[in-house]
Design a protein around this ligand. Structure first.
Ligand SMILES: NC(=O)c1ccc[n+]([C@@H]2O[C@H](COP(=O)([O-])OP(=O)(O)OC[C@H]3O[C@@H](n4cnc5c(N)ncnc54)[C@H](O)[C@@H]3O)[C@@H](O)[C@H]2O)c1
Length: 495
């Protein structure tokens, strides 16, 4: 089926971008909003987004006019009577969507395909509310829709043969890569992404590390395009909260229960970028006016010659000691700070020292980040000295508590474990899961690519440590991962 005229209902964070994507591919678009004020906001999104593309030289002014000229904006759903496809992008609340689809079913021709951009709700339940369940699918775009290359196409048990293939072909025409999946809360990407974001909020609530430090660790250490709190602001905290609630309802996994922190911010109207404030203020990752901002150690570095000692892993430890010596610091038997690059918990190493207050745990993440774990006994003097030393040798310090996995492994390893479980359950292939996370989230590598580059045994052992510390059942290594390590394999068998 060829789609030439499409409707987009809801022109908020996602819908405006989706309308732009269709218009860029030459389709005619009717954009529908709830009222005149929201319609003006939607028009503003479209004008700003295409305006930015012109400013960056990615679009000629004439092309922009053509794109905007293909989009008709209205507050009347009745205008959708002649479209071939309608994509819904209204808030993530099942009752709203069901009532909208019932009405669209009345308005649109029987052959029209109806798609929902839901992140987590049951496409089957939405389809069942219409008289054409076979022609209802999920068409899940990613934020920002004009940029992110992935579309998850969700078929249900009642989808007519051919509809998923037609929508997949349309995604290709839009310049996107489609991954076809079954109807399970969160599909591939949100099922893996949202628990990680929720976990970041939980670590902050537990005081393991602060907002800016967690974001810096994931961005600079792991190479993600943004940290979890900046991403929550981009997604919209209300949307993230709703999606997590739906995941929890399906899985009853308490990691999916939305963090109380999110509920508090949503109730306060701090929804992220769309409301101007969320975890951050107006400009992400720089503003101090958002909630929970301002790490206390952002002061200028005052180089202060101190002494240090490095203990632990030979190669990593020697490398760090060498960098410190090259920066003019002295190794000493009576050091200001003892930097411990050894298996955690750091406190077990600290209590063996004559002065445990001097020990700080160090975990180097990538080329740029040093996680610095203070134990219950670490002195402020040692913690500050460790931070200064890292800054002077060009590393970004991420202060945190001495907890299993510190920040990065604690956030990353359960996500990798979830991906293994998803694959082992037969929901999606390794290739699709990797592609979905790369193209849907802009990650530098998919979870299986990350697992294989970190080393399966390291991730399995890290998960065991997390499980031992937090006793969270989902942190126990997936049986498949455990078996591959036992069999001494370094890669996942591609089936
Ligand atoms: N935000 C994300 O990162 C993201 C990513 C992928 C998918 N999604 C999904 O996309 C959908 C929309 O999310 P969003 O973040 O764009 O929400 P949003 O709150 O930014 O936008 C929703 C828009 O729908 C409009 N609306 C509400 N009721 C309407 C109605 N009856 N008719 C027409 N318009 C109506 C609102 O005025 C608003 O402009 C949700 O299902 C969400 O899960 C969101």
């Amino acid at each position: 089926m060829a789609f030439e005229r499409v409707g987009v209902v809801g022109l908020g964070t996602m819908g405006a971008g989706i309308a732009e994507v269709f218009a860029r591919a030459g389709l005619r678009v009717i954009g529908v909003e709830a009222d005149a004020e929201a319609l003006a906001r939607g028009r503003g999104h479209l004008e700003r987004s295409t305006g930015k593309a012109v400013d960056k030289g990615k679009l000629a002014p004439g092309q922009r006019d053509e794109i905007l000229g293909r989009i008709t904006l209205t507050t009347s759903r009745e205008d959708l009577r002649d479209v071939d496809l309608v994509v819904e992008a209204i808030p993530e609340i099942l009752d709203y969507k069901i009532s909208l689809f019932k009405d669209l079913d009345r308005i649109c021709e029987p052959g029209t395909v109806m798609a929902t951009n839901t992140s987590s709700l049951s496409v089957t339940a939405i389809a069942a509310a219409t008289g054409r369940p076979g022609r209802v699918v999920g068409m899940h775009f990613f934020n920002p829709a004009p940029v992110m290359k992935l579309v998850e196409v969700v078929g249900t048990v009642v989808t007519e043969p051919g509809v998923v293939a037609d929508v997949t072909a349309l995604a290709g025409r839009l310049g996107k890569t489609a991954v076809a999946v079954g109807d399970r809360a969160g599909f591939v990407v949100n099922r893996l992404l949202l628990p990680y974001l929720n976990h970041a909020a939980a670590l902050m609530e537990l005081g393991v590390a602060g907002r800016d430090d967690i974001d810096a660790a994931m961005r600079l250490g792991v190479g993600l395009p943004m940290g979890p709190f900046a991403l929550l602001d981009l997604i919209g905290l209300d949307t993230a909260y709703e999606v997590m609630g739906v995941l929890f309802d399906e899985t009853r996994d308490r990691r999916h229960a939305p963090s109380p922190l999110l509920r508090e911010l949503v109730t306060a109207g701090l929804l992220g970028r769309k409301s101007g404030r969320g975890f951050y203020g107006e400009s992400s990752e720089s503003g101090e006016s958002g909630a929970y901002g301002g790490a206390p150690h952002r002061e200028q570095v005052k180089p202060r010659l101190g002494t240090f000692k490095v203990v632990g892993y030979e190669d990593e430890g020697d490398g760090l000691a060498e960098r410190l010596r090259a920066a003019g610091f002295k190794a000493s038997e009576d050091p200001d700070v003892v930097l411990c690059l050894a298996d955690r918990p750091v406190i077990e190493h600290a209590v063996r020292l004559p002065d445990p207050a001097r020990m700080v745990g160090v975990h180097l993440v990538g080329e740029q980040v040093a996680e610095l774990a203070s134990t219950a006994l670490t002195s402020e003097h040692a913690a500050t000295a460790a931070r200064d030393l890292m800054k002077i040798v060009g590393l970004t310090p991420v202060p945190c508590k001495d907890r299993a996995g510190f920040v990065v492994d604690a956030l990353l390893f359960p996500y990798l474990n979830d991906a293994v479980r998803m694959y082992d359950a037969g929901y999606a292939s390794i290739e699709d899961i990797d592609a979905a996370m790369r193209l849907g989230c802009g990650y530098p590598a998919g979870p299986f690519e990350m697992l294989e580059s970190f080393g399966l045994a390291r991730v399995r052992d890290g998960l065991r440590a997390l499980y031992t510390e937090y006793r969270e059942p989902a942190f126990a290594p997936a049986p498949l991962l455990d078996q591959l390590v036992t069999a001494d394999l370094s890669e996942f068998p591609r089936r």
